[in-house]
Design a protein around this ligand. Structure first.
Ligand SMILES: Nc1ncnc2c1ncn2[C@@H]1O[C@H](COP(=O)(O)OP(=O)(O)OP(=O)(O)O)[C@@H](O)[C@H]1O
Length: 668
């Protein structure tokens, strides 16, 4: 690596930084001069976001790669576009089409590239580089040391972007066509979350106008997960992507009750969609009496059978309940006008409108086609056996209907204590009444855990857009976890979408993945363990102790773990969290407790209840009482799946501390 070249690259970085600062100053200097206050506010906001996107993070370099092309062009590839005073590019955004070759060019297919240079970066400065001459047949193939160092680096703090090292198979997903829904199955640590977030950033770059308007949303399993991933998109300059949990997505009101898993599973069953649809449309009453509209001296009649035809036609149009209702007075007025014409009158549009607004028409509509409140519809279904059986006849068995009914029905919908599964049903009802607006793109992470009804709730938020669906069947830990991606995609409303498999694992070292993979034949037969790309095989140790010794042994293990840089996660049964936290505090070990605090203070050590460990990672993990973690779940398979999730959070070392025997599937 000639020193002179390194100096030259460092000089280019310094010049690019100066250019970026100038771009930002220019943006900040633009005065908002719009007469209309709404336009002014819009412009001010746009400029604010543009300036934010031009911020220079001194901790990262503005570019991480260089491409020299056969046409003698030279492109520096970085996190955002930077141009010089003349407007010529100094750094190309990693999402631009020309950057694709940085990720995908190979010796077999050099894509017009003669040289690919990767930069080694430390503290925001270029410290090294590595070249590949893609058209030089004599150059030996070697594995990138810079890529290896990035993968092996100790993890500290929340998740970071992977723009400098996106792998070809990941890049294919990141840049998949905007209208395509992609489903990614991948074992723990294969980069599903990373790929999903980079796809969001790429989509916003490639289709900024449409997607910034329609919105892009990331859905994850819980708050701790969102805290873990929340800095990735802002670091890529994308500050406007929404992040939410699946529970918050449908939380039109607070969930204040819990219920037996089998009841929640039934409420999440796709058959409930039909029950709710019937319950809503049953509110349209078959007319027994004619509509009579007095106008002046005359009274106009629309016979009940004509009204019934109108209702049938409106019902069959596929419009939402309230939209169809809004058309009802117009259709009735049309029939009144036909009667007028038959009587020799020639009514015009104004007559049509005035008939539609006539009090007789209004009260007839109100009597036969009421407006509905979604929570009230559900309240009635769960309290009134007659209403439920009318809606569920032939769809749910009598036993299932009994399971759904409240033992002690609350008096009103307002006083009901809804469960999380109820709120998903309220969301479905809301959509039956009034169409849910669609976003441009939805990234759904840990999708395997969603019930069919939850998948429908997500799907309707992308009804005219597309989705990136990420998950791992082996990590499904809900009683309603999906058994196949084909099923999940059908419930999401995208049945023909393609499933991609990511097989290379970037997180879990070989020794740990081999250990965790002992569970795979029991929890997901047919799924393979990832092939770890980490050079370091990691360390795995089992520590047996008596129940009385667990706290002291944990303190000793944590003390040892914090000696090196990198995050430490103590993952334990939910029921043990308070006790273990007290033990660490007693030993003077500062730590966070995920799920209780809000991740606003960063700790080197976090205690993690097993049920929220999904999607997280720590440099070193200590799993406490694995058998109890598995036993806390309603059935054996779910228990072992939970354990599989917990065991696959470690980047370099895994300690297993146990007093009870280890689950036999692990060889205990
Ligand atoms: N191409 C890459 N270069 C460097 N690091 C990568 C790459 N791909 C993934 N990683 C890293 O591997 C780790 C695991 O990635 P990620 O969390 O996206 O995996 P996942 O498949 O979602 O895992 P899980 O199923 O456990 O949620 C992260 O630290 C991520 O930054």
């Amino acid at each position: 690596m000639p020193e002179i070249d390194l100096l030259h690259e460092q000089a280019h970085l310094a010049a690019a930084r100066t250019a970026l600062a100038r771009m930002r100053e220019r943006t900040e200097a633009i005065e908002v001069n719009a007469a209309d206050p709404i336009a002014a506010a819009y412009l001010a906001r746009t400029l604010y976001y543009r300036a934010a996107a031009l911020a220079d993070d001194p901790g990262t370099a503005l570019f991480f790669g260089r491409l020299d092309t056969a046409d003698a062009d030279r492109w520096y590839i970085g996190r955002r576009h930077v141009s010089d005073e003349a407007g010529d590019p100094m750094v190309i955004d990693w999402r631009a089409a020309v950057s694709t070759a940085f990720y995908r060019a190979t010796r077999a297919e050099p894509m017009g590239i003669t040289l690919r240079r990767r930069f080694g970066i430390a503290g925001g400065e270029i410290t090294a580089y590595e070249d590949e001459h893609l058209t030089d047949a004599a150059e030996p193939e070697s594995r990138s040391a810079i890529l290896a160092a990035e993968i092996e680096r100790p993890r500290v703090g929340p998740m970071r972007d992977i723009v400098s090292t996106i792998q070809p198979e990941q890049d294919e997903i990141v840049r998949a066509d905007a209208d395509t829904t992609v489903c990614v199955q991948g074992a723990p640590g294969t980069g599903k979350t990373a790929v999903g977030l980079h796809r969001a950033a790429w989509l916003l770059y490639a289709h900024r106008d449409r997607l910034a308007r329609q919105g892009v949303l990331v859905i994850g399993p819980n708050r701790a997960f969102l805290d873990h991933i929340g800095a990735v998109l802002p670091a890529l300059g994308e500050v406007r992507v929404g992040h939410t949990t699946i529970a918050d997505l449908v939380a039109s009101r607070p969930a204040r009750a819990t219920e037996a898993p089998r009841v929640a599973a039934l409420k999440g069953d796709a058959r409930l969609a039909e029950v709710l649809r019937r319950a809503v449309w049953a509110a349209v009453a078959t007319p027994s009496q004619a509509l009579v509209v007095p106008r002046g001296a005359r009274r106009w009649r629309v016979p009940a059978y004509d009204v019934a035809d109108v209702m049938d036609e409106l019902r069959s149009r596929g419009a939402r309940f309230h939209a169809a209702r809004a058309m009802f007075p117009q259709r009735l007025a049309h029939h009144v006008l036909l009667a007028m014409e038959r009587a020799g009158e020639s009514p015009d549009d104004r007559v049509h409108d005035s008939v539609a607004r006539n009090p007789a028409v209004k009260s007839y509509v109100a009597a036969h086609w009421p407006t509905l409140d979604p929570a009230k519809v559900l309240h009635r279904l769960l309290s009134d056996p007659g209403a439920l059986s009318a809606a569920a006849d032939g769809v749910l068995s009598v036993d299932e209907q009994r399971m759904l009914l409240w033992d002690k029905p609350p008096r009103t919908a307002g006083s009901a204590k809804w469960t999380t599964a109820d709120l998903v049903l309220v969301d479905e009802l809301t959509d039956l009444l009034d169409r849910t607006p669609s976003l441009g793109h939805v990234i759904l992470d840990e999708a395997q855990d969603l019930s069919p009804m939850q998948l429908r709730a997500v799907g309707r938020r992308a009804s005219t857009g597309s989705l990136t669906v990420l998950g791992d069947i082996a990590q499904g830990t809900t009683p309603w976890a999906t058994a196949s991606w084909a099923d999940a995609l059908t419930h999401l409303g995208k049945p023909d979408s393609h499933v991609e498999v990511l097989a290379r694992g970037f997180r879990v070292p070989a020794s740990v993945i081999t250990y965790a993979a002992r569970l795979l034949p029991l929890i997901a037969p047919g799924l393979a363990a990832p092939e770890s790309v980490r050079d370091n095989p990691g360390r795995l140790s089992e520590h047996a102790a008596t129940a009385a010794e667990i706290s002291d042994r944990l303190v000793a293990l944590v003390h040892a773990a914090v000696q090196a840089p990198g995050s430490v996660g103590v993952i334990a049964p939910d029921a043990d969290i308070d006790r273990l936290s007290t033990a660490l505090s007693g030993a003077g070990i500062e730590h966070g407790v995920l799920g209780s605090d809000h991740g606003d203070v960063e700790h080197q050590v976090d205690i993690v209840p097993a049920t929220i460990a999904k999607g997280l990672e720590f440099d070193r993990v200590i799993v406490v009482e694995p058998a109890a973690i598995a036993a806390a779940e309603p059935d054996e398979r779910t228990g072992l799946r939970r354990l599989y999730v917990v065991l696959t959070r470690a980047v370099s070392e895994l300690d297993i501390l146990h007093s009870g025997p280890l689950p036999s599937a692990l060889g205990g």
